[in-house]
Design a protein around this ligand. Structure first.
Ligand code: SF4
Length: 359
């Protein structure tokens, strides 16, 4: 029977030590590559506008991830609020960029009633669903995803600015019975120092590789050094977990899956990024090529990003994948752009659960 590595780390006391090390970093925050140096323990806010309490914007079974992650019962998604990037086309902008609203919702478990929490996880969310939780409450939500919804994994979405909180929640959840694989679902703008603390804790890394040019990373995501940091992060992730390993049911147990979202007008630098992956990570790396780009958030007002990708842009990347010999992964079909748009104010579930998986 699968036993994730974080169980042994918990039993040896190492998981607690990792949590303490990461929490100490919050006193002069360098949890992500921005290294703001603010004291989040004292309520100061850096670029991500996040203090000590985790901001958890939605907890649900999510069926729109890659098939080895979503399976038949869904990925146990924990959507963190706020972000350490500012992508003008962010599909989750309601929770990633609406920091002022989220700050006003910061609270600990003592100010959330059980009824409110139960309502949230029963998919009966109403507008204004953005809640913060303390670690114990978050730990309880992980168990809810595992035991009541029967999800295949815990899928931490946009965790880069909440790494200490994530680890602390796992410390609390292990004695409560947590046994699922942990997925780190990230934009890729992660610090090596923080990732090293996750070695042996995270089972599946699911990073984006968004840009091959810092010019576009600066302009469209306010991340001027994205390429260097994302590439180093992906190499570290691969060092930790290696190639994708599936169980007998075809579900991911361990490994790296790199997502590459095709942007219009070649802005994602697909040729550079995929060539780099093959030569500097591994020709056997698993990739998920995504065609779902939609000009969400502010992108409709930016001419180079104001449309979905064209059939020729898509087929160029498909040919590139073939030319590079990338054999492991998924190619999302054209026409997926609107199917994958979440609405975090929708009553019920942020994603339309009738939408299928990637093939
Ligand atoms: S997580 Fe990153 S963006 Fe947020 S305060 Fe720390 S260094 Fe700054």
């Amino acid at each position: 029977m699968f036993e994730p590595g974080y169980i042994a780390l918990y039993q040896s006391g190492e998981l607690e030590r990792r949590a303490e090390t990461l929490e100490a970093q919050l006193g002069s925050c360098d949890i992500c590559p921005r290294e703001c140096g603010v004291n989040r323990l004292e309520g100061e806010r850096g670029f991500c506008h996040s203090t000590y309490l985790p901001v958890v914007s939605a907890v649900c079974a999510h069926y729109g991830e890659e098939p080895v992650i979503s399976g038949s019962r869904g990925a146990g998604a924990v959507f963190f609020g706020n972000c350490n990037m500012r992508c003008v086309y962010c599909q989750n902008y309601q929770i990633s960029q609406g920091w002022a609203r989220q700050q006003s919702k910061e609270m600990d478990s003592h100010t959330l009633t059980e009824g409110m929490l139960y309502s949230m996880d029963s998919h009966t969310l109403t507008e204004g669903m953005l809640y913060s939780m303390d670690f114990h409450t978050l730990a309880e939500r992980l168990l809810y995803l595992q035991d009541e919804l029967g999800c295949h994994n815990i899928n931490f979405v946009s965790p880069s600015h909440f790494v200490p909180q994530l680890v602390r929640a796992v410390v609390e959840a292990v004695p409560m019975g947590l046994r699922l694989p942990l997925v780190y679902n990230t934009s890729g703008y992660d610090s090596i120092k923080s990732l090293r603390q996750l070695d042996g804790i995270i089972n599946i890394y699911l990073p984006d590789l968004r840009y091959a040019s810092d010019k576009w990373a600066r302009k469209f995501s306010q991340a001027p050094d994205y390429v260097k940091h994302a590439r180093a992060a992906i190499q570290e992730m691969y060092r930790q977990v290696g190639d994708l390993v599936l169980d007998e049911a075809g579900l991911a147990q361990r490994g790296l899956i790199v997502r590459h979202l095709i942007l219009p007008n070649g802005l994602a630098g697909s040729q550079d990024s995929l060539t780099w992956l093959v030569s500097q990570v591994s020709p056997t790396v698993t990739v998920s090529i995504m065609s779902q780009y939609f000009p969400a958030h502010r992108a409709s007002r930016i001419s180079s990003l104001s449309r979905t990708i064209s059939p020729s842009e898509y087929s160029e990347v498909v040919k590139l994948v073939d030319r590079l010999g990338l054999e492991n992964g998924w190619l999302q079909e054209m026409g997926a752009s609107e199917n994958y748009l979440p609405d975090f104010t929708r009553q019920g579930h942020p994603f339309d659960s009738t939408v299928g998986n990637l093939r």
